[in-house]
Design a protein around this ligand. Structure first.
Ligand SMILES: [Zn+2]
Length: 345
C-alpha cells in the first residue's frame, strides 16, 4: 500500500497497477530512452513525443529553442540525478532552488510548459523527476495547468508539485523500495519517481476521469506502431477515491449510436465517443479552433486524433480552442476563417 497526494489517497494495489500500465500505456519507446547528461538531444525530444509531449505539434518549433538553449544546459548541470526520496532536508533546499531555475529556463521558451519540461527532464534525471503533466499536477495540487498563464506561476506550480512528490516518496520510501524489488522482472526498469507518477496519472485518468482507453507503442521493423487497449483489471472502488470526485465540467457521454451528426452542416465535437464516430464515418472536415488561429483538416489527418482532442477538449476544457465537424469545406473555411492544415489539405 502506498499513500499518494500528500497522504490523501491510499493506493491499495501499486504492483498490479504498474504492471497493467506497462502492458497498456506508453512504456516501450519512452522509459527505455533515459540519457543522463546535461545536453538535451533530438533523440530525447523524439522520445517525449511518444509520450505525447506535443512538442512542435501545432506548427511551432519549440524544440529548436530547447536544443539551442545554453540556459537549460547550465541549469541542468546544477541538478544531480539523485533519488528524490533519499535527499536530506538541507540538501533538498538547495536542489529545490536549482530545480526552480531549471523549470524557469524551459518556461521562458514560448509554448513550453511544465508537462513538456517534465517529460524531457525525466529522461535526463530519471531518479529525480517524475512526469508532471496536467493529470498528475491536478491530482496532487488541485491546480489545472491550463489555468496557469505566467512563466513564474508555472515554475511555482512545478516546484510546489515537486515538494508534494518528495514528501509522498519519503513517507512511503520503504514501500517504494519493495515495489521496485517486486517489479524487477519488468523488461525496462522503472525508477521510484516514475512509478510514483504512473500511480498518480492512472488514478486521475482511469479512476477519476474515467478515461479507460489506453495507448502504447509497439516496436516494429519500420519504427514504433501505436496500439490501443482498454483498462479493466485494477480500477479502484469509487469509495476508495474519497474526496477525489469526477470534475463536474467533464463533457457528458453520448451513446455511440447517437445520430446527432447525420444531416447537419456543422456540429461541435464534445466527447471522445463523438470523435471516434466521426472519424469512422470518414466524411466531412474537422476545424480545430485555437487561440493562435483556426485550422481545417481532412477527416483522416493525423492531427485529428484522440490524444490532441483529449488534451484540448477534456483536459484543458476548451480554454484554448474547440473541435467542430463540418460537412462542407468552403462553408467551414468561411465560417471559422480557418487556414488549411499544411499536412492534409
Ligand atoms: Zn490536417
Amino acid at each position: 500500500m502506498i499513500y499518494l497526494s500528500n497522504g490523501r489517497l491510499l493506493f491499495p494495489c501499486p504492483e498490479d497497477r504498474i504492471r497493467e500500465y506497462c502492458r497498456l500505456e506508453v512504456y516501450h519507446g519512452y522509459d527505455d530512452f533515459h540519457s543522463v547528461s546535461n545536453v538535451i538531444s533530438r533523440k530525447d525530444i523524439e522520445a517525449t513525443k511518444r509520450i505525447f509531449s506535443m512538442i512542435d505539434q501545432h506548427g511551432h518549433s519549440e524544440s529548436t529553442s530547447i536544443l539551442s538553449s545554453t540556459a537549460i544546459t547550465s541549469a541542468l548541470s546544477a541538478v544531480p540525478d539523485k533519488e528524490l526520496g533519499r535527499i536530506a532536508d538541507e540538501e533538498w533546499r538547495a536542489i529545490r532552488e536549482s530545480i526552480g531555475s531549471l523549470f524557469d529556463a524551459f518556461h521562458s521558451i514560448d509554448y513550453v510548459g511544465l508537462a513538456k519540461t517534465a517529460k524531457i527532464l525525466h529522461l535526463k534525471r530519471p531518479n529525480l523527476f517524475p512526469i508532471l503533466d496536467s493529470y498528475v499536477v491536478e491530482f496532487l495540487t488541485g491546480t489545472r495547468l491550463s489555468d496557469v498563464s505566467s512563466r513564474h506561476a508555472l515554475t511555482d506550480t512545478g516546484v510546489r508539485t515537486m515538494e508534494i512528490v518528495r514528501k509522498d516518496i519519503v513517507r512511503n520510501f520503504q514501500s517504494f523500495r519493495q515495489l521496485k524489488e517486486a517489479l524487477m522482472d519488468l523488461p525496462i526498469p522503472l525508477t521510484v519517481a516514475r512509478m510514483y507518477d504512473i500511480l498518480c496519472w492512472t488514478t486521475w485518468k482511469w479512476d477519476i476521469l474515467g478515461i479507460r482507453q489506453t495507448t502504447k507503442w509497439v516496436q516494429t521493423d519500420s519504427g514504433f506502431r501505436k496500439e490501443t487497449g482498454h483498462v479493466s483489471k485494477t480500477l479502484l472502488d469509487p469509495n476508495q477515491l474519497g474526496e477525489f470526485k469526477t470534475p463536474t465540467t467533464r463533457s457528458p457521454t453520448l451513446p455511440s449510436s447517437s445520430p446527432r451528426f447525420i444531416g447537419k452542416e456543422c456540429v461541435e465535437v464534445n466527447t471522445l465517443e463523438e470523435l471516434d464516430q466521426i472519424i469512422s464515418r470518414k466524411e466531412g472536415f474537422i476545424v480545430i479552433t485555437d487561440t493562435t488561429g483556426n485550422k481545417i483538416h481532412s477527416i483522416s489527418c493525423r492531427w485529428v486524433n484522440r490524444n490532441g482532442f483529449e488534451l484540448k477538449v477534456i483536459v484543458n476544457r476548451k480554454r484554448n480552442g474547440r473541435y467542430f465537424w463540418c460537412k462542407d469545406y468552403d462553408g467551414a473555411k468561411a465560417r471559422f476563417r480557418a487556414k488549411d492544415c499544411r499536412t492534409c489539405i
